[in-house]
Design a protein around this ligand. Structure first.
Ligand SMILES: NC(=O)c1ccc[n+]([C@@H]2O[C@H](COP(=O)([O-])OP(=O)(O)OC[C@H]3O[C@@H](n4cnc5c(N)ncnc54)[C@H](O)[C@@H]3O)[C@@H](O)[C@H]2O)c1
Ligand SMILES: O=C(O)C(=O)C[C@@H](O)[C@H](O)[C@H](O)COP(=O)(O)O
Ligand SMILES: [Zn+2]
Length: 356
C-alpha cells in the first residue's frame, strides 16, 4: 500500500493506493465519517459493474446509501446534469453533516466534487476514482467543475476531498481506450517533471507489464501532483505545469464536441503539437517532439489531427484560464522532464497550432 498526505494551508487529506481497497471501503469511510447518510454519485457503467457490491457493503456497515446516477461521458459535466444532481441531493435530504462519494472517472469526480463544493455552500466528499486518468490526476488536487457551451471547465472551484481511495484493481474492467487515455496524463507528468519515468514508460512493452507496474505509476504521478499542488494550490504559477498540452487539448475536445477525442487523446495531440513548434523555434531541445511522438504511439495515442479550421480553435484557446488580458501562459518543455511556463502575446498563439 502507498499513502500520500496532501498538506495544504486550510486542509490535509490522505491518498491511499491499495489493490482491493474497494473491498474495505465501508471500514475506510467509517474511520473518517461518523454520520449515516451518504450520497454516492456515479455513472451507469460503474453502477452496472460495481454498484451493487459497494451499496451492499456500505449498507451492511450501517450507512444509509442513496445513489445518484448520471450518464457516462463528458456531456454529464453540464449545468443541466448538475441541476439534476442538486435536485436529487434535495430529495434525499442531504445536509451539511452528510457525505458525498464521487465514485467514477474524471467526469463523475469533477461533477460530484463541484456539486459538493456548492450544495448548501459545501458538503464533505471523498473521491473513489475508477479510471486510470482519475486515479493519477483528477481525483487529486481539488480542481472540480463543469463545462459551459462555450468551453471546457469554465465553471468550477478548488475544493478538496476528505480522502482519496485508489484501487488499481478497478482498472481491470476499464476499456482499453480509457486505459490509454489515462496514459496521456501519465506521459504529461513524465514530460514536465520526470525523465526517469519517461524511460520507464518506454521500457513497458505490453498491457500486462503496464498492469504489473501500475501501482508504482499511480504513486509517482500522485506524488508529483501533490508536490506541485502544495506549492501552488490555486494555479498562480507552478501548477500551470500540470496543464501541459491542455491549452490546445481543451480546444480540440470542444472543437469536436467532445465526441471524437477523449480528454487524454486531445491532450496527447496538444503536447506533441506545441512541442514540435517550440522545438522549431529553438526553445526546446532538438529531438524532444520525436520522443513525445514515440511514447504516444507506443501507448496507442494520437499525436495529430490534420487540417481543421484553426479560427474556431483559436476562439476556444482565447478562453484558456491561464490567460491574462493580452497574455497567455503556455507550458513548454526545455527537454523531456523539464517543463516551464512561457508568457506569449495572445495573438501569437496561432503559431503554436500550425502542426495539428
Ligand atoms: N479535476 C482534474 O484535475 C482533472 C484532471 C484530468 C482530467 N479531468 C477531467 O476528467 C474527465 C475525463 O475523465 P476520464 O477519462 O476518467 O473519463 P470518464 O469519467 O468519462 O470515464 C471514461 C469511461 O470509462 C468508464 N469507466 C470508468 N472507470 C471504469 C472502470 N473501472 N471500469 C469500466 N468502465 C469504467 C466510464 O463509465 C466512462 O465511460 C474530463 O472531463 C477531464 O476534463 C479533470
Ligand atoms: O490539476 C491541474 O491543475 C490540472 O491542470 C490537471 C489537468 O490534467 C486537468 O485536465 C484539469 O482539469 C485542467 O484544468 P483547467 O483549469 O485547465 O480547466
Ligand atoms: Zn487533464
Amino acid at each position: 500500500m502507498y499513502k500520500i498526505k496532501v498538506n495544504l494551508a486550510q486542509k490535509d487529506y490522505p491518498i491511499l493506493i491499495k489493490r482491493g481497497i474497494i473491498n474495505s471501503l465501508d471500514f475506510e469511510i467509517g474511520r473518517i465519517y461518523k454520520n449515516k447518510k451518504i450520497a454516492i454519485i456515479t455513472d451507469h457503467n460503474i453502477k452496472g459493474i460495481y454498484g451493487d457490491r459497494i451499496i451492499e457493503s456500505l449498507s451492511a456497515y450501517g450507512f444509509q446509501i442513496h445513489t445518484i446516477l448520471v450518464n457516462p461521458g463528458e456531456g454529464s459535466k453540464s449545468i443541466q446534469v448538475l441541476s439534476h444532481v442538486y435536485n436529487q441531493l434535495l430529495d434525499i435530504g442531504i445536509n451539511r453533516k452528510d457525505l458525498i462519494v464521487a465514485f467514477g472517472g474524471g467526469v463523475v469526480g469533477d461533477l460530484a466534487g463541484f456539486a459538493a463544493s456548492t450544495f448548501l455552500r459545501g458538503i464533505r466528499y471523498i473521491q473513489v476514482p475508477t479510471s486510470l486518468l482519475a486515479q493519477i490526476d483528477s481525483s487529486v488536487g481539488g480542481k472540480v467543475g463543469i463545462n459551459l457551451p462555450r468551453g471546457k471547465n469554465l465553471v468550477g472551484n478548488f475544493y478538496h476531498p476528505e480522502s482519496v481511495f485508489i484501487d488499481p484493481d478497478l482498472l481491470n474492467t476499464l476499456p482499453n481506450r480509457y486505459l490509454y487515455d489515462g496514459m496521456a496524463e501519465v506521459i504529461k507528468y513524465a514530460c514536465i517533471r520526470d525523465k526517469t519515468m519517461y524511460e520507464k514508460l518506454l521500457s513497458i512493452e505490453s498491457k500486462e507489464k503496464l498492469y504489473e507496474n501500475i501501482e508504482e505509476i499511480i504513486y509517482s504521478c500522485c506524488s508529483i501532483k501533490k508536490e506541485i499542488v502544495e506549492k501552488d494550490e490555486r494555479e498562480s504559477g507552478e501548477r500551470m505545469l500540470l496543464n501541459f498540452g491542455h491549452t490546445i487539448g481543451h480546444a480540440i475536445e470542444k472543437f469536436f464536441n467532445y465526441e471524437t477525442f477523449t480528454h487524454g487523446e486531445a491532450v496527447a495531440i496538444g503536447m506533441y503539437c506545441i512541442t514540435r513548434q517550440s522545438e522549431e523555434m529553438g526553445i526546446t531541445k532538438k529531438g524532444t517532439s520525436s520522443l513525445i511522438k514515440r511514447i504516444l504511439v507506443q501507448y496507442n495515442l494520437p499525436f495529430e489531427i490534420g487540417e481543421i479550421d484553426n479560427s474556431r480553435l483559436l476562439e476556444s484557446i482565447a478562453l484558456d484560464k491561464k490567460g491574462e488580458e493580452d497574455i497567455l501562459n503556455i507550458v513548454l518543455l526545455k527537454e523531456i522532464g523539464a517543463g516551464f511556463i512561457n508568457k506569449i502575446n495572445k495573438e501569437d498563439i496561432g503559431e503554436f497550432v500550425s502542426h495539428l
